[in-house]
Design a protein around this ligand. Sequence first.
Ligand code: GDP
Ligand code: MG
Length: 441
Amino acid sequence: LGGSISLALRQMNDATIFDQKVLNECLNNIARALLQADVQFKLVSDMLTNIKQIVNLDDIAAGHNKRKIIQQAIFKELCKILDPGKPSFTLMKGKPSVVMFVGLQGSGKTTTCTKYAYYHHKKGWKPALVCADTFRAGAFDQLKQNATKAKIPFYGSYTESDPVRIAVEGVERFKKENCDLIIVDTSGRHKQEAALFEEMRQVSEATKPDLVIFVMDSSIGQAAFDQAQAFKQSVSVGAVIVTKMDGHAKGGGALSAVAATKSPVIFIGTGEHMNEFEVFDAKPFVSRLLGMGDWSGFMDKINEAVPIDQQPKYHEKLKEGKFTLRIMFEFVQNILQMGPIGQFLSNIPGFNEELMPKGNEKETQAKRQRYMTMMDSMTNEELDSCDPKIINESRIMRIARGSGRNLREVMEMLEEYKRIAKMLSNISALTGLTRNLSAQA
Ligand code: GDP
Ligand code: MG
């Protein structure tokens, strides 16, 4: 998406005569890019209508930065869609709040319930989990396992088949235990069946939740709007959590979910683990969606930095969202030798802080040196793997010994590697880097 939108904007900038026709052409290209990113058709067309009203052709023709004007207008419009203008629910100390999770089977409810509980637990709340999914075999075991790992109290049953009864019992129990955040996990079905919605309604009526959270898998694409709307029509959804943003989803579905439920996205799920959970923030999300960190510029820089025969290898790897330790090694070796690289890295959301701590050239130099020595002590298999788990404790010790560094430093580097790898895969998924690269290949 980022690629297509940047391209549309660049083409517009190149046009010497800027008239209604060029503007329309540009907006059509942007519309296509947004549709490809799974933004719902109606949202796209409404947005373009708004933009046409906002953008003043005379201003643009008068030599102002056209690209910037249009980009800002799109940015604002997308942020506006993501902000339904309704304050999201706030928990209160000393009062037990009930939060019910709904969504299709496999959307990530059970996983997200625990993440949500764990997040609030860390913030000093007293959460508890209730498993009202009696439909899926093993549902209670899954919740129990997650809850135990997060040290969150839980309630459920292997024998009771009535979800309403379990929900009510669980909520009552945790109210007595003075929990201030009681989370009810419900069942899902593969499809939006009447039985699922009826069950949801009953659980909702019986437990009177303060907030109903709709959990949506980000990869469902254009189906997002209808799905979210169907849930909203059955229970009073008040917030949305979008899961699996670490995959190859394009993110546009989040906009549809907000539009359909008139509720804000409050968190996004970025992995299977408990802490892979982020508070949702519209501005950076839209920046990434629009590819404002200019990826084509980034790829140009890579092409400048690495020898021509190695370029296809980079492209291939990054295209698959694979960022290996060897690539990081080469980044450090090649790219960071290029001088004021921070300038262009700073255009890429999230990248600048990772390899270029601000302002401290000396520390960066030392860190670079440290990384090179440590990576020198790794095996080829380790350098070429995308799974840092193959580097176990004994290997970390060997690497530390081999490079004369300490364990903490090796672990720190691996953590940094993981952060960058994850960020790159998120961004590449969101901005359609893949498409960009395939187009180049
Ligand atoms: P439920 O049926 O709605 O309760 O969904 P689950 O919580 O059981 O999740 C279904 C699958 O999605 C599981 O394998 C989870 O590990 C996985 N999952 C959930 N959230 C995320 C996420 O944010 N990222 C990734 N990669 N996987 C997720
Ligand atoms: Mg579940």
